[in-house]
Ligand binder design. Sequence first.
Ligand code: PMP
Length: 387
Amino acid sequence: MSFYFDHNATTPLSVAARDTWLKTTEKYWHNPSSLYPEAGAAARRLEDEREKLAQILGVDNEENPGITFTSGATEANNSTISHFATANPSKYCAISAIEHPSVDAPANRHFGNRVIKLPVTPEGIVSLSSLEEIIARGNVCLVSVMAANNETGVIQPLPEISSLCQKYNTLFHCDAVQWFGKHPSREIVPLADIVIGSAHKFGGPKGTGFLRTSRHARELQMQNGGPQEQGKRAGTENLPGIAAMVSSLEDADETLILWEDQRQARDGFEATILSSLPETTIVAKNAKRLPNTSMMIMPSGRNLKWLTRLGRRGFAVSTGSACSSGSADGSHVLDSMGLSPEEINRALRISSGTDNGRDQWAALATALKEVAKDINHHETTTGKSLI
Ligand code: PMP
C-alpha cells in the first residue's frame, strides 16, 4: 500500500505526457538547429509547441508571445534575478519573505545588500502596504512574489501586486510553479511581466519548464552560447520534454474541475483532524489556499517522527519544502509567519493530486490518529519528549 501525498514536491508523469514524450523522442530526436530536413521538422515541431503553449497561456494573439523553454523553475528564477541584478547595478529588488530558495538564494547572491524582503501576515500573505511603501521610493527594478506558496498553499494577492507594480512602473516577476495545473493558466499571465512554470508539478517530466515575458521584460537574457530560443537561452532544446510538458498542461487545464473534489476532501480531512487531535493547528486555514495543500503543526513530536511513522504505514508526506529539507534550519516560510522554531519542528505538509480519493484522505486521517497515539505512548513510557 502506498498513498502519495507530496504532490507539491513533484507529481507522477501523466499518461498524456508519457505518450507524447515517447512519440516525440522517437520521431523528432534530431537537433532542431541542424540543417537537414529531419532537423527542420524538429525545429517546426518546437515552434508548434511554443504556439500551443501560447494558446494555453492566452498570449496567442501577440506578435511575440515571449515564451522561452527552460530546464525548470530553478534555472528560470536564477536567470531572471541575475539578469536584472546585473542590468540595474544600483537598483534594488523586493522579494517576499516566503519565496522559494530558487528566488531567495540568487537574490541574496546577486543583489546582495540591495535585496528588500517583503514581510507577510501571520496568514502568510505578502503585505501590500509594505510593498507600496518600498516601490514608491522609485529605486526598485524588480518585485518577486510567488503565485502560491509551496509549503502553506497560500495564494498571494496577485491582481493587487500587479496593479501596484504597474502604478510605480516596476517589473513583476511571479514564480507560478504551484499555480499551473491547479488554476487556469491564462488567469495569471496578464498579471506579471515574468511568469515561470515547471512541468513536473503538473504531470510533465522533470527538468523542463518555461518562462514567459511581457513586452516590458523582453530584454531578459538567460544563458549564453548558441542561438537557440531567439538567442535568449542557449542550449540544445529538450523537445520531447517540452512537448510532454505542453500536453500535460493542456490536460491539466481541461480537468481543473477535479480540484474542487480535492478541496472538499482536504477541508473534510482538516475538520476530522481538528476534532480528533484538537491541539493540531492548521496553518493559514482561513486564507485563500491551493485546493490540495494542508500544512499542519502537530500536537507533539518532531515532524520527522511523524514522517517516518507515516512512511511505515505507506503514506508519503513532507515536512515542508523538499528543496530546504536538506538544510539544518527550519522553514523560513513558517518563520516569517511568526511561528516559533519549536512549532516549525512539528510541521507536516500534506499535498494531494487529483487521484487521491476520499478513501485515501480518510486512511491518512486514521493513520495520523494512530501515530499520535504511538508518539504519546512513547513519551509516557520513556518519559522522553520526542521533540
Ligand atoms: N518554485 C517553487 C514554488 C517550487 O515549488 C519549486 C519546486 N520545489 C521550484 C520553484 C523549483 O522548481 P524546479 O524543480 O523546476 O527547479
